[in-house]
Every structure is written in structure tokens, then in C-alpha cells.
Design a protein around this ligand. Structure first.
Ligand code: FUC
Length: 349
């Protein structure tokens, strides 16, 4: 098969061929590391984080995200009944849009439906399954990888050409910083997020003994098909009150409302290696996800992933926001810019 090489980067020790798309287009894995030895690997399929290696005090290294070590496994994971979106960038709209329908400027849009009768995570293909362009890799201080994707008008039936830029930075302060920006040629809706499954004990372990904190007083009430009803559930005396650290739940798929921008949104702590991850975001919510209906999946290093292998912290706007007038606005108008910044900070105590 002929390799279609569109990237202008010459393969170097930090960049390696990761696999070929069915049409022969080459997918690359890009690696950056900060001065403290944290290593991030991103592939340009789905602008996906495929590994995040944190050096520990005992000289060992924990790869704290789930992933696959070959492109075929990423492609195949989207054929599963409930695709896991391992490490993927999610868009145009993270979470569910009820009935796959919304109206904007007096026009009704019918999105591709991929979750019962709803649209989930951008629809049938979405940003997680497309090839992104790598615009720049900076190997200096606070190294970063910049990717872009141009989503054409009517892709998945969304209006407007949406031009997206995504920057992954590994700061010298040991943060994985994700910054998104987007502009459109027609008024549209946008909600981008990141879908890594984190495990501070390493991707081979399970999260059941790790402690979760979420700085939130309410979650969105949802229907049995996980569509927001428009109501909120108070977390006082609720099993999902994580305002004080508690063991990770083994099954959760809920959107937590964040009151304060850029303050601590959520944290995960693993007492076995004293590693802590703190999440900060400018988004109005963090969707927490553990579980899934995928059964076991063969991950990287031949590890069999199961329902409690990792936990997602999806910083985002509320799911179904376009259909709920009292939810934060999800409309991106022409001439405006969508901006989103989320930081995952790692500390060892
Ligand atoms: C989460 C969820 C879904 C889903 C998935 C992989 O964001 O809300 O229920 O199955 O990601």
C-alpha cells in the first residue's frame, strides 16, 4: 500500500510512524517531554493522547492513561457497541444532544444519530475519528504539540466550516495543558473535550482504591438514556457527593456543575505512589465517567482493560445545552472565537 505523507515533519527520534489509515494516509505518534522527565505521546488520529508517563520517586514510571499501541486497535474500538473514545479529542459536541436535534437561528438541524436516537460526541465520525494536521511541535521549555482540524460545513449535519486548533502543552510545572480554539463561517454549536481514562497507579492497574474529589454541589438530572432533563440534583447526602475525597465509584456517567472558573474542579489521588492529579478548567462542567459496556479490551502492552481501568474527567459545557435555554450558551457565532483551557496537574507528595 502506498503511504500518503501529508505531514511536513520528517520522522525523528520523537516522531514515529504509528500506522496507516484504510486509505493509506500515515498517522504519526509525536512525543514531547518536560525537564522533569514527564513524557506525552499524541497521535494525529483523533488528536489522541496515547500515553502520559510520569516518573515516580522510586525510579519507576507510571503511564497514567489508557491507550492502544497500534492504529488498528483505535480504529476498531469505534466499532464496539459502546465505543470507549480512549484518549480522544471529542467534538463538535461532547456528550449527548437529545434526538440529535437542535434549532439555531430559527432553523432545525438533524445531526447524525449514533447513540440510541441521540447524537453522542459529535456523531457517527466526530473529531475522535478524523485525521488532524500537526501544525507545530515545540521541543523547548514548556514543550507543546499544536494540531488543527477543519470540519467542513454540514459534517455530521452541523452548520458552518469550523476551524479548530488544539494545543497540548507539557508545562515545567508538571501540567498537561489542553487549549482549544475554534472559529466558524456560519453560526453553529461547539463543545470540545478530552477523553483520557486516567489511572494514577498506571494503566495496568484499577482505580478502585484511588480517591476522587469533585468541587461541585450539583449534577445534571438525566433520563434513563442519559439526556439532561433540565433539572439539577443536589449532592447533599447523595452517593456522588465528592466534595471530600472518597474512593472512586466503579460506575458513573454524570455531569458535575462547576461554580468557579479555573479553581480546582476535581482531583484524583493514589496513596500507593502518592501521585495526585488536579483538574482545573474554565468550562462550566466536568463529566465524570467510569464503566462502560465494552467488556474487556486489549490495550497497549497487552493489558486487558476492564470497566474500572480508568476514570475520565471531561471538562466541557453541559450536554444537550443547545436544547436547554437555561444551560450555558453553546452557540459559536461567526466572528467570535470558542476558547477552552483545561489543565491536569501532577504532583507527588
Ligand atoms: C462518556 C459518556 C458516555 C460514553 C463515553 C464513552 O462521556 O457520557 O456514556 O459511553 O463517554
Amino acid at each position: 500500500m502506498k503511504i500518503k505523507q501529508e505531514s511536513h515533519f520528517i520522522t525523528n527520534s520523537e516522531t514515529k510512524l504509528f500506522g496507516l489509515m484504510p486509505d493509506g494516509e500515515a498517522i504519526f505518534a509525536y512525543q514531547i517531554s518536560n525537564k522533569n522527565g514527564i513524557k506525552l505521546e499524541v497521535i494525529n488520529y483523533g488528536a489522541t493522547v496515547s500515553s502520559l508517563k510520569i516518573p515516580l520517586k522510586n525510579g519507576e514510571v507510571a503511564d497514567v492513561v489508557l491507550g492502544f499501541d497500534n492504529l488498528g486497535a483505535y480504529l476498531k474500538s469505534f466499532d464496539l457497541e459502546s465505543a470507549p473514545y480512549l484518549g480522544a479529542t471529542v467534538g463538535r459536541f461532547a456528550g449527548r444532544i437529545g434526538d440529535g436535534t437542535f434549532s439555531l437561528n430559527d432553523k432545525i438541524f438533524h445531526l447524525n444519530k449514533n447513540n440510541n436516537k441521540h447524537s453522542l460526541h459529535g456523531g457517527t465520525i466526530g473529531f475522535s475519528q478524523v485525521v488532524w494536521k500537526v501544525k507545530n511541535v515545540n521541543y523547548g521549555e514548556n514543550p507543546s504539540i499544536t494540531l488543527t482540524y477543519l470540519s467542513p460545513n454540514e459534517e455530521e449535519n452541523y452548520p458552518g466550516n469550523l476551524s479548530v486548533e488544539l494545543i497540548y502543552t507539557l508545562s515545567e510545572g508538571n501540567e498537561l495543558i489542553i487549549e482549544y480554539s475554534a472559529t466558524t463561517t456560519e453560526d453553529t454549536i461547539v463543545n470540545l473535550t478530552h477523553h483520557s481514562y486516567f489511572n494514577l497507579d498506571g494503566h495496568k492497574s484499577n482505580i478502585s482504591d484511588q480517591e476522587l474529589t469533585i468541587n461541585s454541589k450539583k449534577i445534571l438530572e438525566t433520563t434513563t438514556e442519559n439526556i439532561p432533563t433540565g433539572n439539577f440534583v443536589d449532592l447533599k447526602n447523595h452517593p456522588f457527593d465528592f466534595s471530600l475525597p472518597k474512593k472512586c465509584p466503579l460506575k458513573i456517567d454524570n455531569t458535575f456543575v462547576l461554580e468557579y472558573k479555573n479553581e480546582l474542579s476535581a482531583a484524583l489521588f493514589n496513596k500507593k505512589n502518592n501521585l495526585k492529579m488536579s483538574v482545573y478548567t474554565d468550562q462550566p462542567a466536568v463529566h465524570i465517567y467510569v464503566g462502560g459496556n465494552c467488556g474487556t479490551i486489549l490495550g497497549k502492552e497487552k493489558v486487558l482493560y476492564h470497566s474500572s481501568s480508568g476514570i475520565c474527567f471531561e471538562a466541557q459545557n453541559f450536554p444537550d445545552a443547545p436544547n436547554q435555554a437555561h444551560f450555558p450558551d453553546a452557540v459559536l457565532k461567526t466572528g467570535e472565537m470558542y476558547c477552552h483551557k483545561t489543565r491536569y496537574k501532577f504532583e507527588i507528595f
